[in-house]
Design a protein around this ligand. Structure first.
Ligand SMILES: Nc1ncnc2c1ncn2[C@@H]1O[C@H](COP(=O)(O)OP(=O)(O)O)[C@@H](O)[C@H]1O
Ligand SMILES: [Mg+2]
Length: 205
């Protein structure tokens, strides 16, 4: 049987990587084998493209196409092979980040970015998107006063991040695979919400 595909989405600093770590611990503890990956990146070529995207100035169309190209390599060489072996795949960000960042953040339009990605994605859509629903201006990272501005996306102004959030909320309304999670102050409580949501959809045990 084909393995399931789970994605974590959300704005910067809302706890995606933290929750991914918790989920990994849970899956390991309960004997559920999985492949963990991230976007942009996940394969040697896609990681090289990631480096270019996050460090070089470029126009929005080029950026959208590079994200899609990196995703294409990631799908062909990592995601689909693992799913074909019946493995669960857990990915930090995926298609909906492009729809939100390039579609809304860069204002290319949701449908245009979806069109570019359709070609790369070829029906490799997640079975579940865990959307950590938190306003980026109120993120955990900002509350802690750690505003890390390492890359081109993180350096963008507040309005950009608010448009990204709006894009994710738009995707939430338009896609049936979204599992929206409003995070709790206690990281463990958020983790339990995520596990419950994934279990109730039959995506994990
Ligand atoms: N529930 C929480 N309460 C307080 N801090 C949190 C919580 N969840 C995550 N954090 C902290 O917020 C910061 C950003 O989390 P991270 O998982 O790196 O976010 P992302 O991967 O979404 O950018 C980290 O310092 C992390 O420890
Ligand atoms: Mg992260």
């Amino acid at each position: 049987m084909r393995g399931k595909f789970i994605v974590l989405e959300g704005c910067e600093g809302v706890g995606k990587s933290t929750q991914l770590r918790f989920l990994k611990e849970y899956l390991e503890r309960t004997g559920q084998d999985a492949v963990y990956t991230r976007e942009p990146g996940g394969t040697p070529l896609a990681e090289k493209i990631r480096e270019i995207i996050l460090t070089s100035e470029m126009d929005a169309e080029t950026e959208a196409l590079l994200f899609a190209a990196a995703r294409c390599d990631h799908i062909q060489h990592k995601i689909l092979p693992a799913m074909d072996e019946g493995k669960l795949v857990v990915c930090d960000r995926y298609l909906d980040s492009s729809l939100a960042y390039q579609g809304f953040g860069r204002d290319l339009g949701y449908d245009k970015v979806l069109e570019i990605n359709d070609y790369a994605v070829k029906h490799c859509l997640p079975d579940g998107v865990v959307f950590i629903d938190m306003n980026p201006l109120d993120s955990w990272r900002r509350r802690k006063g750690h505003v890390v501005e390492n890359d081109r996306m993180e350096r963008e102004k507040d309005e950009f991040h608010l448009r990204v959030y709006e894009g994710l909320k738009h995707a939430e309304k338009n896609r049936s695979n979204f599992l929206s999670i409003v995070p709790e102050v206690e990281k463990d409580a958020t983790h339990r919400k995520i596990v419950d949501a994934l279990r109730s959809r039959g995506l994990i045990r």
